[in-house]
Design a protein around this ligand. Structure first.
Ligand code: ZN
Length: 241
């Protein structure tokens, strides 16, 4: 079986040994694609290096809404996007922990993704109305909501704009009824699964447990769900593969 981890931060593994072990475990588990998301100019070089070392690792470059960067960062991002087949992300809106100015940073990066036809990897917390407005203005070709936390009702509007929806270990929690309803509302060709490794000590291989949980919740065979989300991951990255 093949798996696709639609969102991780391999550059954040505390040691080379830990990263090496996680990538070996991922290979044994059948994780054949991973979106490795940069979050600030300081880690973009490392993300590029990791992608150059392992063809399964697809690079994403962006400035996260919790972080700031020195002047000139947007031009630097444009150089990466111009030079490297990549996604733009992790970028987004955060109504709880977003820093002042993050909305402008997000709008500029979304415009960049649209201009270069790159898929965008989005973080969104409590900013759904504004997100819809900015998506309608920028019109990126396609985007994914990582760790989707919006309502089940919003799925249709976001999907119509080109949205994919990614879910992580949180779906394993029976208390998350609204999240589970959102999972069930996603069109099957837009569903993705993720680990956010190395958060909570997980590696990309943990996508297997997420896939098993999603299969149970959607009442589908695990093999079928793995194949579906792997194919969706490849379609999302498109020409990067
Ligand atoms: Zn992330």
């Amino acid at each position: 079986m093949k798996y696709f981890d639609a969102h991780d931060h391999l550059q954040d593994f505390p040691s080379e040994d830990g990263l090496g072990a996680a990538l070996r475990a991922a290979a044994e588990a059948g994780v054949e694609g991973m979106l490795c998301c940069g979050t600030c100019p300081e880690d973009w070089g490392r993300v590029l290096e990791l992608a150059g070392r392992d063809a399964r690792v697809k690079p994403c470059f962006g400035l996260h809404p919790w972080l700031t960067a020195e002047e000139g960062w947007l031009q630097k991002l444009e150089e990466f996007v111009r030079r490297v087949p990549c996604c733009v992300g992790e970028i987004g809106l955060d109504g709880v922990k977003g820093l002042p100015g993050h909305e402008e940073n997000f709008a500029a990066q979304l415009e960049l993704a649209a201009r270069f036809g790159r898929p965008a990897v989005l973080h969104c917390v409590k900013s759904w109305g504004r997100l819809l407005e900015l998506l309608k203005a920028a019109r990126p070709d396609r985007f994914m909501l990582h760790a989707y936390g919006g309502s089940p009702e919003l799925v249709k509007d976001l999907a119509a704009l080109g949205g994919y929806f990614s879910f992580g270990a949180e779906i394993q929690d029976p208390a998350r009824a609204r999240l589970r309803a959102a999972l069930a509302a996603v069109p099957q060709d837009r569903l993705l699964l993720e680990t956010e490794a190395p958060e909570r000590g997980a590696g990309p291989a943990a996508v297997i447990e997420v896939a098993a949980a999603a299969a149970g919740l959607l009442d589908r065979p695990a093999e079928e769900l793995a194949a579906l989300t792997y194919a969706n991951g490849l379609r999302f990255i498109g020409e990067l593969k």
